[in-house]
Each structure stands twice: as C-alpha cells, then as structure tokens.
Design a protein around this ligand. Structure first.
Ligand code: GLN
Length: 306
C-alpha cells in the first residue's frame, strides 16, 4: 500500500490498484457515499473486466489508453453524474435496461407496480392476450417487463419525449418483445389519442408519472438535480399535477373492471385516492406501501358499468 502510494505520487507507473486508490480518494472528496465501490465498478467496466479478474492481478500496469478511459469515467462520476448514465445501463426486475440522460433511471420501488400487476392478474390469466398501457413510459422498463412477464400481452407505451421513446424501443428490441410493444408520443395533459385502439379496450394501465413537488425538486441530490430529466420528475407545486389527467385517461381507455396502477409520492395517498373516488368511475381504491413502509402506489379498478 505504502509503496503504491509513493509510486502514485511520483506518477511513474500506474497499476490497477494505484488507479483504484487514487480514484476512490477523488470520489470521496467529491462527497460520494460509496467512493470505493463506485471507483471499482467504473474501472472494471471501463476496462471490460469482472471484479474477480481485477482482483486476480491488481498490480498489473495499465496502458495509457485504458488509463485515460478510466479517468474520464471517474471524472464524470466526480461531477456527480449517476453511475447508470455513465455505464448507460441499469438493472430493473433483474433485467438490463439501457438508459441515457433522456430517461429517468428506473428505481427499485417501481418494481412494486409489476408485482401488483402480476398478483392482480393471477397465474392463469397471465397467458391471456391482455392489453396494457404504460403512461409516462420513459426507458420503457415497465412496459418491457410487463411484456416479458405476460407472454401474450400487447403493451402500448406513451411518453411526451420522442428521445425517451427511442430508448424504450431499443429496450423492447433488446429483450425480444418489440413485436408486442407499440410506442406513442403524446402529451397526457392534452388527452390521449390512440389510433389503433378503441376506448375501453385495455385490461390494465400502469403509470409512473412525474410526482415530485416544488420542495422535493429543491431538495434533490446533485445526481438527480443535475442529470435526470426534470420533466420526468416535476409534478407541479404539490407534485399531483398529472393525476387528474391520468385518471381521466384511465376512465376512457380501461375496460370495465380493468386495473389502474399508479406510482406516487409518499404524501400523496389521500389526494390521489380522493381524485379516484370523486371521479366515481373506480372501485377498490387502495394505497400500497413500498418496502420502506412509505405510501408509494395507488391501485384501483374501473367500475363494471351500469
Ligand atoms: N421516485 C423518484 C425519485 O425519488 C421520483 C420519480 C417520479 O417522479 N416519477 O426521485
């Protein structure tokens, strides 16, 4: 360690280990919570090696091209760019998704939407040719996972951003479900129009809308504030701007008894619940907690009609 630290200082040779030490220190100075882990992941990925390979021979010298690639990535992380954007991928539902700065990085708590969806549908009905809508699809993670878990389902993903839809489309192709996916660019606030579907024809609607309020937006960590698309996060003054429109859209497009699952902020449960109840189109309204015990989802069923 001492010897390597000295080599590091006089800058003659750089081994994997000296690079790791140096990078961890600079990420620590940048205020990261897990500097050492981030440095190790970035270096291994920049060099295309597993962590096992790295640790098999940590004293191996690095050539100049490899070194500058590693340093460039560490430098991006130092400026607080999220790991997922640097690596251009994130795992969701144990699957790999491509992400760029055009899309929100999928969060683990959103997996709850898929869990609830599958639970509601039940094992037998999963084989049916169901029709689903994913509003504010972003990277397409929810739409793609729904298509993977429901092998005959057809899913339409909607987003206001065409750059996001390109990423979603790439993710659908990567997972081999693109034939059952369709992408539609649309601003929900102007109402959803779909050419190839009739109203009341969807079995389920999923949605992870922007739901951060003004004070949440101001308190964001630099990774999110500086790099993630604000339009995927900002839900207006109290964060609930999109729910009335989503509920209207769901009331129009869901089949009788169809399922609506929406993610929301942990303080929005009663507001979203009362929007659903006053619309008088939904039953079985339930607020569901995430694994940290905070309110995170609202689920509701479209009324059966008259
Ligand atoms: N859960 C996200 C966050 O913590 C917010 C996601 C959203 O607005 N849809 O930043």
């Amino acid at each position: 360690m001492m010897e390597e630290a000295l080599t590091l200082l006089d800058g003659r040779v750089k081994t994997l280990n000296t690079l790791l030490i140096e990078s961890s220190l600079s990420l620590k100075d940048a205020g990261l919570e897990t500097p050492r882990l981030d440095a190790e992941v970035l270096i291994c990925r920049a060099l295309g090696m597993s962590r096992e390979t790295f640790w098999r021979d940590p004293h191996r010298e690095i050539d100049a091209a490899d070194l500058s690639r590693c340093e460039a990535w560490v430098c991006r992380r130092e400026r607080r760019e999220p790991l997922a954007y640097i690596l251009e991928e994130r795992e969701f539902w144990s699957r790999r998704f491509r992400v760029t700065r055009d899309v929100l990085i999928p969060r683990p708590e959103s997996e709850l939407i898929i869990e609830r969806l599958l639970e509601n549908i039940g094992p037998e009905a999963r084989q049916r040719p169901l029709k689903g809508l994913d509003l504010c699809t972003g990277s397409g993670a929810l739409a793609v996972v729904a298509a993977l878990e429901l092998p005959r389902a057809r899913i339409t993903g909607v987003d206001v951003s065409s750059a996001a839809l390109e990423i979603a489309n790439e993710n659908g192709r990567y997972h081999g479900v693109d034939v059952r996916l369709r992408w539609v660019r649309c601003d929900l606030l102007n109402g959803l129009e779909l050419e190839e579907a009739a109203p009341e024809s969807f079995d389920f609607i999923l949605c992870n809308p922007p739901y951060l309020g003004e004070s949440d937006m101001q308190a964001l960590q630099p990774e999110i504030a500086r790099f993630e698309p604000a339009e995927a996060l900002d839900g207006g003054p109290d964060g609930t701007r999109f729910y009335p429109e989503i509920i209207k859209t769901a009331a129009r497009w869901l089949k009788p008894a169809g399922l609506l699952l929406m993610e929301m902020g942990c303080e929005q449960g009663s507001a979203v619940r009362s929007l659903l109840e006053t619309s008088r189109r939904f039953t079985e309204v339930a607020v569901i907690q995430d694994y940290t015990g905070r309110d995170r989802l609202v689920s509701a069923r479209m009324s059966k009609g008259d």
